[in-house]
Design a protein around this ligand. Structure first.
Ligand code: WQD
Length: 347
């Protein structure tokens, strides 16, 4: 009998890639998504990849009655993977209340509903942003967390504090928080990938949109950081590697009977690359010269963020497999595909 897993935000970038791995890992999937920052066509594309159409509920997790209704209709859900949240760093600085309300109320509602359902397994989509500007590198889960620069990042830190408190009040809960470093790339099918709304905040989609002619040039935010070439260093990780880590975490909760209660894992490759190294690798992969200009720093950026991911390897049996070239190649193929489709749709 297949185990049924609830995925909130399942029509989003990381959610959709995780659902593909869950289905291919012989799980049944129920999606809750409000489609505020994702596209319902993603479900058809998941079906094209896996042959399976997941159950879908369009539901705003801030509506507690609707959430409870969905969960009552799916009492056999054995675990929840919670991706649904607003995630634009800049927007969160302009509209903090929108982010605190959405990201925290959604979390509290899904936790409340699933505990009423007797489901005690919960995996949370967190972020390395909770480490702030780390004093020690590479970053392990023992690194102290600092107040993140943005309200978006702070909702991730506050969410982990809520989860830790819940794990103490409800000893039977199994909660895992996965701290992502920098997810990039797309599924090799070219059917799912990152679909940023409007002007991309993140480096990779901005690079590919510039290369495909959608943007005039990439602004590189500062080259006066204490790094090899002056540009900030990040730990980029393929979104499919990230998705596979969620299946490993889920199996730990469902199959490994020890009571783990509350655990945190870094999901990174352990390798850091600067912005200019990413640009250079993109130019090698795409055989295109990227138009970019170095301008002043972006508020809130930290010089270096890269993981020590040994704990996830030890406890989850997971290790990232894709290298930077493979990640960038998949992102570039995806960008070219969606732009070609858009052009043909526009005809
Ligand atoms: C990477 C590097 C920029 C854009 C954020 C969130 C994190 C996670 C991923 C959400 C930085 C530089 C970027 C550009 C640039 N969350 N850059 N020009 O800031 O490490 O992490 O996104 O999904 O929680 O904090 O990622 O891709 O925005 O930036 O020079 O146009 O690229 O300065 O050094 P970041 P990023």
């Amino acid at each position: 009998m297949k185990k049924k897993i609830l995925v909130t935000g399942g029509c989003g970038y990381i959610g959709s890639h995780t659902i593909v791995e869950l289905i291919q890992g012989n799980f049944d999937v129920v999606i809750i998504d409000d489609l505020s920052n994702s596209n319902i066509n993603t479900i058809d594309n998941i079906k094209k990849i896996t042959g399976v159409q997941p159950i879908f509920y369009q539901c705003d997790l801030k509506d507690s009655n609707h959430v409870k209704k969905v969960l009552k209709e799916n009492k056999d859900i054995e675990a929840t993977i919670h991706f649904a949240s607003y995630k634009a760093v800049g927007e969160s600085v302009e509209k903090p209340l929108l982010y605190y309300q959405n990201n925290l109320i959604s979390l509290i509602n899904i936790l409340t509903a699933q505990l009423e359902n007797g489901n005690t397994n919960f995996i949370f989509s967190s972020s390395a942003t909770v480490y702030g500007s780390p004093k020690k590198l590479p970053i392990t889960e023992k690194n102290e967390t600092q107040r993140p620069f943005s309200p978006y990042g702070n909702t991730k830190k506050m969410a982990e504090e809520i989860l830790e408190d819940l794990s103490k009040s409800h000893k039977k809960t199994n909660i895992i928080s996965l701290r992502y470093f920098n997810p990039i790339g797309a599924h090799q099918s070219g059917l799912i990938g990152e679909l940023p709304n409007g002007i991309p905040n993140n480096l990779m989609p901005y690079i590919t949109q510039t290369a495909v002619g959608l943007r005039d040039k990439l602004s590189v935010y500062g080259n006066d950081y204490p790094t090899t070439d002056g540009t900030p260093i990040r730990d980029y990780i393929h979104v499919v590697d990230l998705a596979k880590a969620h299946v490993k975490a889920l199996k730990r909760q469902l199959e490994d009977k020890q009571d783990k209660n509350f655990e945190i894992f870094n999901l990174g490759t352990g390798n850091g690359y600067s912005v200019l190294e990413v640009i250079k690798t993109f130019e090698e992969v795409s055989k295109k010269k990227l138009n970019y200009e170095i301008i002043q720093r972006r508020d809130g950026d930290v010089p270096k963020l890269y993981a020590n991911a040994k704990l996830a390897e030890l406890k989850l049996g997971w290790k990232a497999e894709c290298n930077l070239k493979e990640m960038i190649d998949s992102a570039w193929k995806w960008e070219q595909k969606i732009r070609t489709e858009n052009k043909s749709n526009a005809l």
